[in-house]
Design a protein around this ligand. Sequence first.
Ligand code: NAP
Ligand code: ZN
Ligand code: ZN
Length: 348
Amino acid sequence: MPVRAFAAQSATSPLAPFTINRREPLATDVAIDILYCGVCHTDIHFARNEWGFSQYPIVPGHEILGRVTRVGAKVTKFKPGDLAAVGCMVDSCRACPSCQRGLEQFCHKGSTFTYNGEDKHSGGLTYGGYSQSIVCDEAFTLKVPTNLNPAAAAPLLCAGITTYSPLRHWNVTKGQKVGVVGLGGLGHMGVKFARAFGAHTVLFTTSPAKADDAKRLGADEVVISRDADALAKHASSFDFILDTVSADHDLNAYLALLKLDATMVLVGAPANPQPISAFSLFMPRRHLAGSLIGGVAETQEMLDFCGAHNIACDIELIRMDQINHAYERMLRSDVKYRFVIDMASLKG
Ligand code: NAP
Ligand code: ZN
Ligand code: ZN
């Protein structure tokens, strides 16, 4: 089925209209008309081949929310008319030890990512949510709480789960002092979740103008990270720090803020390696770790948590043809706090 989309054809070409093909739904597939798709910084990294493994054309978008139009004969979780969502993955082997633990993002055979992955059905590339519709196996399709604004819920599928998962895995809880570095799409959800889990939440930002918003979003304190004295006041005091920064920055400055045995987790993915001094890690003993999105079951748990606690993203709704401008604004750290594409604007 031909479907309108927006694609990057090379690392230097802007995104532009492109037609893709979606398969007819198979027995366990759900066909979804996309209503909204969030714009993740990963979309920029891929569109511009910043990580070096992009394959073109790329149709980005992995924060997909829409309405079910058709279901295959064996589908049990969805029916036409339901809201449904697709995140960063559309499949995995489902049998390896990681898949069996619900950690499909670490599938030993390689999970199938929503875009720029190998499409098991067509043999070509997977294409993401900057498009009118998608067809996805129900095992990788998520239920959306109906009390949330659907446009503001879409970015939960990546920004939400990518921050929820490490905060849960490292047991962030009441009474802890938790830092979130960077107030963009991921960072603003990190602040909301850290606060919801009861932590004393400190936001580190390079953008002084975001301080009031950070407090409104749930930060107890805001530290301007370019101010070395302001950072020094927090030396060796944090239980946990979540780093969401997309560009080069000094990790050592944040490691210095961890207490004994505390952990800093990287979810931001700058294209370049970031230097780390061994002294940052052993004076006192500290941990540096990473985290990648979250498994399907945990993504559903996160969505249900957001429904129960009325948590969604702060968004700026844009038309599909505003995407290149939105990328430029994100690169200037100027998004409040997630762009979401209104897919009705693609119908033409
Ligand atoms: P975003 O909305 O563009 O936010 C990034 C934020 O980082 C900016 O708002 C800015 O916050 C801060 N920042 C940007 N440049 C900086 C610099 N030079 N120095 C210090 N701070 C800077 O991006 P996002 O969508 O949240 O994604 C963030 C990163 O996470 C990207 O690299 C993305 O690829 C990665 N990611 C990883 C996963 C995963 O599973 N691990 C999942 C999704 C995304 P302030 O203005 O507050 O300083
Ligand atoms: Zn993402
Ligand atoms: Zn697997």
